[in-house]
Design a protein around this ligand. Structure first.
Ligand SMILES: Cc1cc2nc3c(=O)[nH]c(=O)nc-3n(C[C@H](O)[C@H](O)[C@H](O)COP(=O)(O)O)c2cc1C
Length: 682
């Protein structure tokens, strides 16, 4: 073992959890990928898990899996989800068996999380099975907002039987353990939470009664499978809605009841519910690393030697995991997003290759994906979810070694250059500005966005490892390229922000009247000016956002902090739709409010006339005039910077490619994806 790995002593100690022994203390807690097909683990999912088992984590958790025939088919934020796994149907056993085998092949263990949605179900998810959603009481989900019918005794009996049947199915599939999902607002947590459980029968009121549902489920599972499976429970230690919901004190009392029952081998400590999902999976710039450690310590004090404690929550490095373990906050450190970004976190550390670890930056692309109806991907690790094509061992040396010039040092250019060089091509990377990172280099300078530097750092480390030395501050032109004569040129030249005011929401006009006035700026120019001197935009700023992205809101925050009056307008019903999907918006809104920023959804600009701006409501058409506006910022379309590409193509002397924003301006995740794809194809 190298000295770095040897310094992480506790992590390498095996652990006995019920009937399961794990080889180290690093696990990947349950997390959904939306990779399931026809409700069973798919080949994509098996490859995803296999990669992470190979990468050295000792225990892998399968996502919230429907344990019951009803109440489990849907997912807040998602459509009726065909990808949602089910364990209650025996037909899914063979696919779970393949998954378990793939994980066992690499000496890791597999636990499956058993869940049912309760009030977070969707009553009309399945055309042939409309039903009222069911919950402890008549309180709807804050997200789904369907009025539930309270569960009756016979319903509860059916649910507990289904849980037991699911556990039995998974035992037959060769899975090592099952976990009752009593966290994050699923049904078992709804019984614990005063926010949802208003019952006056044996399932409501006292702490013991609130715990009864989960205890009955645990009992039913133990009666069915005995000690053949490890049995655990996931709990949210804080629902973050004060005494209205689960508080840390209530969580401790519940934990005492659960530990006392003797049913459970472990408790996995997390936080949040559908009231506070942004806290369960906090994005960059919010919670510190291992932020749930104080709750882990409390849980360990309550449970003592009666069960093991797992802990998640922005444990991003093995050093942080080691601290969590040695400080007595957990017996197992759960690192979820860290492993989405880097499946080989443990193996690389053990091999003395920690410099190659792709670090999670907390962009929460993984969280946003299912919320937007997509499968989970990672902004920084384009191989996540694509392991069959891009996983470990798939990169092939180039048979026809070329001299490749990459123009543009943003995420697309950095990625393609590193990949092509690793494959043996001779690569040079030319960047016009003095810095690498492109658009990310601006984002990282916004308030709370510093961790974008982690993303730039990952891309830079890959370049360095591949031996590419970027040439900064150099402009590539047709002439310079003709002179140097590479075999192939990749144009990763990015995009520029339009300042015409054109919007798909106003198809009747090409330009916004007044958009050419000097105090109307595109958002990139405005953000750079504000970073230099926030006062330079004046004391009254209107930002019109058509993107739903973070940049205009980050600018608003910066200006608000500096004391300017700021109003953000958008023609959409939610301002910052993209930032909502990553969980950022819920953190940012209080900060914007604190600085006095005004948000006006369903609004647009009719015209700018000097310091007077005419604004209208997109739904009703009512107009208002805003006077004394010092700057109007337009966060609208971007145009590809593709002149070099077209000139080179016309010239016909080289193999020419273009990727990323230079094709069509999109996200960093897409830019990095295209860099990876071309890097493998060159
Ligand atoms: C894409 C995604 C899906 C998740 N799905 C689940 C789930 O199905 N069940 C669960 O208990 N937690 C789920 N989580 C929460 C994680 O298990 C974990 O608690 C959270 O990501 C914080 O840990 P981290 O900072 O190491 O990522 C999910 C997290 C992510 C990012």
């Amino acid at each position: 073992m190298n000295s770095e790995a040897a310094g992480l002593g506790k992590i390498w100690q095996p652990l006995q959890i019920g009937v399961t022994t794990v080889k180290n203390r690093i696990m990947i807690a349950s997390h959904g990928q939306a990779y399931g097909e026809d409700h069973q683990p798919s080949e994509r999912m098996i490859a995803y898990f296999q990669e992470r088992a190979l990468g050295g984590a000792s225990l892998l958790g399968v996502e919230a899996t429907s344990a019951t025939r009803s109440l489990g088919g849907a997912q807040p934020g998602g459509a009726a989800s065909r990808w949602r796994l089910t364990a209650w149907e025996p037909r899914t056993i063979p696919a779970f068996a393949r998954l378990a085998e793939a994980v066992h092949d690499h000496d890791a263990r597999l636990f499956v999380q058993l869940s049912t949605g309760g009030v977070n179900d969707m009553g009309r998810a399945w055309t042939d099975d409309w039903h009222p959603v069911r919950g402890p009481s008549r309180v709807p989900s804050p997200i789904m907002n369907e009025t539930p019918a309270p569960l009756e005794a016979e319903d509860i009996k059916e649910l507990t039987c289904d849980y037991a049947k699911s556990a039995e199915n998974l035992r037959r599939a060769g899975v090592d353990g099952v976990e009752i999902h009593a966290a994050h607002g699923y049904l078992a947590m709804q019984f614990l939470s005063p926010a949802f459980n208003k019952r006056t029968d044996g399932y409501g009121g006292s702490v013991k009664n609130r715990c009864r549902f989960s205890i009955e489920v645990g009992d039913a599972i133990r009666n069915r499978v005995g000690d053949a499976l490890t049995l655990g429970m996931r709990l949210s230690f804080d629902e973050y809605i004060g005494a209205a919901g689960v508080t840390p004190d209530l969580a401790e009392e519940c934990l005492e009841v659960f530990a006392d029952s003797g049913l459970f081998d472990y408790f996995s400590i997390s936080c949040g519910s559908w009231y506070s999902l942004h806290r369960t999976i906090p994005p960059m710039g919010t919670e510190p690393e291992a932020f749930l450690a104080p709750y882990g310590k409390r849980a360990k004090r309550v449970v003592g030697s009666r069960a093991k404690i797992f802990l998640a929550g922005r444990i991003l490095s093995l050093e942080a995991a080691e601290r969590v373990l040695t400080e007595g906050a957990a017996d197992m450190a759960a690192m979820v997003r860290a492993h989405i970004a880097e499946p080989h976190l443990v193996a690389k550390t053990l091999a003395g290759r920690s410099g190659e670890i792709v670090r999670c930056a907390g962009t929460n692309e993984c969280l946003a994906a299912p919320a937007k109806g997509r499968q989970v991907t990672c902004a920084l690790n384009p191989a996540a979810g694509r392991e069959r094509a891009w996983g470990e061992g798939t990169l092939r040396l180039a048979t026809d070694v070329k001299r490749v010039t990459v123009v543009g040092g943003g995420p697309a250019g950095m990625r393609v250059a590193a990949l092509a060089a690793r494959r043996g091509h001779e690569v040079e990377l030319i960047e016009r500005s003095g810095r690498l990172g492109g658009h990310l280099d601006l984002l990282r300078r916004l308030p709370t966005r510093g961790d974008w530097q982690v993303a730039i750092g990952n891309l830079g480390a890959a370049l360095e490892a591949a031996g590419v030395e970027p040439r900064l501050g150099e402009e590539a032109t047709v002439e310079t390229l003709l002179a140097s004569g590479p075999d192939a040129v990749v144009c990763a030249t990015g995009s520029s922000w339009d300042c015409t005011g054109f919007s798909a929401g106003r198809p009747d006009r090409e330009r916004m009247p007044g958009a050419d006035e000097g105090h109307v700026l595109d958002v990139d120019t405005a953000a750079r000016a504000a970073l230099e001197d926030p006062a330079s935009l004046g004391d009254k700023v209107i930002i019109l956002d058509d993107t739903g992205g973070y940049l205009p809101l980050g600018l608003a925050e910066m200006l608000g902090q500096a004391g300017a009056g700021v109003e953000v307008l958008s023609r959409f019903a939610t301002i910052g739709d993209q930032a909502a999907a990553t969980g950022d918006l819920a953190w940012m809104l209080p900060r914007l409010t604190a600085t006095g920023v005004r948000l006006s959804p369903n609004h647009f600009i009719e015209s700018v006339d000097g310091r007077r701006v005419e604004v209208y409501e997109t739904l009703g058409g009512r107009t208002r005039l805003v006077d004394d506006v010092s700057t109007v910022v337009l966060s609208m379309l971007r145009s590809p910077v593709d002149g070099l590409f077209h000139d080179l193509r016309k010239n016909g002397r080289f193999e020419v490619h273009r990727i990323g924003d230079a094709v069509a301006p999109r996200s960093a995740a897409e830019a990095i994806y295209e860099g990876e794809r071309l890097g493998r194809a060159l």
